[in-house]
Design a protein around this ligand. Structure first.
Ligand SMILES: Cc1cc2nc3c(=O)[nH]c(=O)nc-3n(C[C@H](O)[C@H](O)[C@H](O)COP(=O)(O)OP(=O)(O)OC[C@H]3O[C@@H](n4cnc5c(N)ncnc54)[C@H](O)[C@@H]3O)c2cc1C
Length: 471
């Protein structure tokens, strides 16, 4: 395809050694297919560039910024479901997955990871060394997006959010300058990038501290829905224990299919030590179950989940205090809302509860930009997911989800249990996770953005993701 050299994509084509992929090419189609959600993979960038090193990123950003008409998106492993967060119509897509090299220092205490790598690549590299990083649970998720949005890991009770394990960000700014942000250099940017998502620059490399790991206990425990209150009580007792067991990490999910009108109740308890029967899960395991697949395994095996076909997906989130009674109410709200809600091709709803005990937030409080603090008390992050095939149903499903989330927040507020934190990596596009970090953090993030990106390139010309909201 002939592209005028004055256009953004045409100008990128003049960068030596950089391939620019256009619609109808194999490379373009492969990147579009790699998005987790259909909405995101359906957008049509004018062209796609795939840098393989930070020098390429510098050349790309410099060209883009020099052309005032050019908008762009930054893609890691493409797992943010909302359309336009890491893709773009009529702009340039910078696909970072070509930056995926991994190396460690001499004693393995520090790992350097190309920003486009997946967590599976990290775990596969580190497991043989009996080391790990507190990263994402599903290995297909990107190191880039998960880390700049915070990151909740099996290891978070031990080391905090994923971003709290970052020792250094190598980042390319709008000026084309490549800098390192760490505890001794550009400390303000170092903190801002820990939760500030894509508002400051393109991260090209993360250096993380590692922690020791051996085999871990993992699996699923499914219960009949009639056991739900017992399961919610067990979950609440784990999450709100007077002394949280920092090796315990659990997600309990309620799953409803509009096709079968049936609920599934599934928990995925993990223990990050090779202990086949940790006391922390005794109450949960004592509840009569349908299946229990708990076994000792390795992290890279666990994280190697089967890829799901690209379909319509949405995430929504809220955070509340810990109470089995509130989770009972969440179930009742969802049950009454979903039971008679039918769409052609069906919809699946998943409501997942993930403990956010104070031991997690204490690690990075004041050193990341998330605004969470142990003073908020133990909490539960709720991740609400909808999965559907018929794109014509999207607006109905979005408004149903918004209504249910409003009802859940109402119930939590009524019980005095609604927390302010909204986790960016689970938030729906209309939610305001950065505002939930608190006014002081928002002011800090805006100041840092203005310092490192005075022309607001990452606010105005990277439309995707949660922006800081200033002009
Ligand atoms: C199946 C699944 C499992 C998940 N499991 C977890 C989990 O265990 N824990 C958890 O905390 N979250 C989890 N998430 C949520 C996940 O953290 C977010 O979806 C995250 O945004 C995905 O990162 P990505 O790089 O794959 O996404 P992308 O969609 O590629 O990027 C997401 C955002 O990050 C920005 N970004 C990406 N790379 C860079 C970079 N190098 N520099 C600057 N900005 C960048 C993009 O512009 C975009 O706005 C999961 C999501 C899915 C779909």
């Amino acid at each position: 395809m002939a592209v005028p050299s004055t256009s953004c994509c045409g100008q990128l084509g003049t960068i030596t050694g950089l391939d620019v992929a256009f619609p109808n090419s194999t490379a373009y189609a492969a990147t579009e297919r790699a998005y987790w959600s259909l909405q995101e993979g359906s957008l049509t960038p004018s062209c796609i560039v795939k840098p393989t090193n930070s020098q390429d990123v510098i050349a790309i950003i410099s060209k883009i910024v020099s052309n005032g008409d050019c908008q762009f998106a930054i893609k890691g492993q493409g797992h943010a479901p909302a359309a336009g967060f890491a893709n773009i119509d009529n702009g340039v897509l910078v696909d970072m997955t070509g930056l995926s090299s991994i190396s460690v220092n001499g004693d393995g205490s520090r790992i350097s990871v190309g920003a486009g790598a997946s967590w599976l690549e990290v775990y596969s590299f580190l497991d043989p060394m009996n080391k790990t990083v507190a990263g994402g649970r599903n290995g297909a998720v990107g190191v880039g997006g998960l880390t700049v949005g915070g990151g909740i890991s099996y290891f978070s009770p031990q080391t905090g959010f994923t971003c709290d394990s970052v020792l250094n960000f190598e980042v390319v700014l709008a000026s084309g300058l490549r800098i390192n942000a760490n505890s001794t250099s550009h400390l303000d940017l170092f903190r801002a990038l820990k939760g500030g998502v894509n508002n400051f620059g393109v991260v090209t490399r993360f250096d993380f501290s590692t922690i020791p790991i051996g085999d871990i206990l993992a699996g699923n425990v499914a219960h009949d829905i009639s056991q739900r209150h017992n399961v919610f009580e067990a979950l609440a007792n784990i999450a709100d224990a007077p002394t949280y067991d920092s090796h315990a990490s659990i997600v309990t999910s309620l799953i409803f299919s509009s096709m079968t009108k049936a609920w599934t109740l599934r928990s995925t308890p993990i223990y990050t030590k090779p202990d086949p029967n940790p006391p922390v899960y005794q109450q949960l395991f004592a509840i009569p179950n349908i299946t229990n697949t708990m076994q000792l395994t390795q992290l890279h095996v666990l994280a190697n989940e089967t890829a799901t076909p690209q379909t319509n997906l949405l995430f929504y989130t809220t955070t509340h205090g810990i109470s089995a009674e509130l989770i009972d109410r969440v179930f009742d709200i969802c049950n009454s809302s979903f039971y008679s809600f039918d769409v052609p091709g069906s919809v699946r709803w998943l409501i997942s509860f993930e403990p956010l005990p104070t031991v997690i937030v204490a690690h990075g409080a004041g050193r990341n930009s998330l605004g969470t603090s142990a003073k908020d008390g133990n909490a539960m992050v709720l991740l609400f997911t909808a999965i559907w095939t018929d794109s014509a149903q999207s607006s109905r499903i979005h408004s149903k989800a918004a209504g249910v989330m409003a009802d859940i927040d109402f119930a939590a507020r009524e019980m005095g249990l609604l927390h302010k934190f909204r986790y960016a990596n689970y938030a729906e596009a209309s939610q305001r996770p950065i505002a939930s970090y608190g006014a002081e953090n928002v002011a800090f993030l805006r100041k840092v953005a203005h310092k490192y990106d005075p022309s607001s390139v990452f606010q105005k010309r990277v439309p995707g993701g949660f922006k800081l909201g200033y002009s």
